[in-house]
Design a protein around this ligand. Structure first.
Ligand code: GLN
Length: 502
């Protein structure tokens, strides 16, 4: 097959039109991606579960709908395959969250995101690998082994949603769903050369998203182009009465923004505290070039200071463990998945202890212990209370910045993809990967990561982050889309047309 007719190389937008016009059936599209998974996933390990029968059945239903009602019966992503992060429930399909403690659990219900995807005719190929309960920046904390970066199989794909990003980068799926509590959509996007968006907190329902830190968690799109991400964003976003923090307002006009990207007259702020020291030279270089390009495109670029951003990481690593120590208490061996040591002679407490000791990995245990400590009597004000105050200061930094500029930009991650194993024994080094992404989670603001080229020193992808005010998600797509188009123009070909290693 030539490049242009290879279904796995097409964008989601193109695949949807191919299916709508009947140039290929949804079943053919699904089969092409399932074949690609068979060919490369032994090396990449993006998937924890591939639902071949379910995907083909869903694709068959799209073909039947088209046969009955014509193209008009299909939504904008009907027949397009997608990989779903294993932290979202899907009825009857294993959902492990990358943990042994949920091994064997098949949820009885669909997450709202899953339900909306199904209703839109999106073909769910399977569940993707992730750090256990979404704690990590490398996918190495998965109980089922790491995912490999399709650009260099000896390197990490980012985390926690490394499986979703790697599936998209390796052409196993044109689209994926990730979740972002501290950067788990954006940082994997940056290091795999893909596009990832964390919507405004409350923009996408958390119902059926297994909670890590409920005040931070947000599901969002992963794709190879800005428009594809916008199309997916529009399908999954919108009010849901099943999630009490879901925003009951119209979804920002993300698709329109992605179709008409334009930065002329926009004010773009470079966050002083998120550049320079600590950022890899090639990351900084590509970032500076992209900022210059934004200026050439007609944006007004200024430097903006967000003085409390340097404290965001420390605050996050108190707030997140506190919330997760509470959220993960429900995994006790009684209701879901694993139960260890229940031989009929042991007490409930002993069985719970054994289940947790065998079922949770080191990082989960570390955070549960940290969070329990931070919330304990006598320490609550000093740790959790102080962290919440810092969270308010970070939110105020955003508010002050957005009085001066329309959007903020920074590198998404301080470095390109590092080697598997390099930071596994050094939790603080691992946590530092999130230094630029965490502020947006603390404030609930939306953020996008866009591939902006390869770092000269190692030839690996670099991501630029765009941040916008709450409910101005469309601005991410306006800026991301404009930069993407300008880069394609300049280099004459998609500079990051997927990963070359496979
Ligand atoms: N890497 C961050 C952490 O380990 C982010 C996780 C996430 O966004 N789910 O907490």
């Amino acid at each position: 097959m030539t490049e242009s007719t290879d279904l796995t190389r097409m964008t989601a937008a193109r695949l949807a039109s191919v299916v709508a016009t009947g140039d290929a059936s949804a079943v053919e599209v699904a089969q092409a991606h399932l074949d690609r998974i068979t060919a490369v996933d032994a090396a990449v390990h993006a998937f924890l579960h591939v639902d071949t029968a379910g995907a083909l059945a869903a694709a068959g239903a799209v073909d039947a709908a088209r046969a009955a009602g014509g193209a008009a019966a299909l939504g904008p992503l009907a027949g397009v395959p997608l990989a779903l992060k294993d932290v979202l429930t899907m009825e009857g399909i294993p959902t492990t969250c990358g943990s042994k403690i949920l091994e064997g659990w098949r949820p009885a219900y669909d997450a709202t995101v899953t339900r909306r995807l199904k209703e839109a005719g999106v073909v769910i190929l399977g569940k993707t690998n992730m750090d256990e309960f979404a704690m990590g920046s490398s996918t190495e904390h998965s109980a089922y082994g790491p995912t490999h970066n399709p650009w260099d199989l000896t390197r990490i794909p980012g985390g926690s949603g490394g499986g979703s990003a790697a599936a998209v980068a390796s052409y196993e799926a044109p689209l994926a769903i990730g979740t972002d509590t501290g950067g788990s959509i954006r940082q994997p996007a940056a290091v795999t050369g893909t596009v990832g968006i964390k919507p405004t907190y409350g923009g996408v329902s958390r119902y059926g998203l297994v909670a890590l830190a409920s005040s931070l968690d947000q599901a969002g799109p992963c794709a190879r182009t800005v428009l594809d991400a916008a199309l997916l964003h529009a399908v999954i976003a919108g009010h849901d009465p099943l999630d009490s923090t879901s925003i009951d307002l119209p979804v920002p006009p993300v698709v329109e923004a992605a179709r008409h990207p334009d930065v002329r007259g926009m004010r773009v702020g470079v966050v002083r505290e998120l550049t320079g020291d600590g950022y890899q030279a090639g990351v900084q270089q590509r970032f500076d070039e992209s900022v210059a390009l934004l200026e050439e495109l007609g944006a007004e670029v200024v430097e903006v200071s967000c003085p409390h951003f340097p404290y965001a990481l420390a605050a996050y690593y108190l707030i997140l463990p506190s919330e997760c120590s509470s959220n993960l208490a429900k995994f006790d061996g009684m209701r879901f998945g694993l139960r260890a040591g229940d031989d009929g002679t042991r007490s409930v407490e002993e069985v719970m202890g054994r289940t947790r000791a065998t079922g949770f990995g080191d990082e989960a245990i570390r955070r549960i212990m940290l969070g329990t400590y931070a919330l304990s009597a006598g320490y609550y004000d000093a740790y959790y209370g102080s962290a919440q105050k810092v969270r308010t200061l970070v939110t105020r930094d955003f508010a002050a910045a957005f009085e001066q500029v329309d959007v903020l930009v920074s590198p998404t991650a301080p470095t390109t993809a590092f080697k598997l194993g390099a930071k596994l024994d050094d939790p603080l080094a691992m946590y530092l990967n999130d230094v630029a992404t965490i502020p947006a989670n603390l404030a609930g603001t939306p953020g996008l990561s866009l591939p902006i080229g390869l770092a000269p020193e190692d030839g690996l992808p670099v991501g630029l982050q765009v941040m916008a005010p709450v409910l101005a998600d469309h601005l991410l797509y306006r800026v991301g889309g404009a930069l993407e188009a300008a880069m394609l123009d300049r280099w004459g070909a998609p500079i990051l047309d997927g990963a070359p290693a496979l």
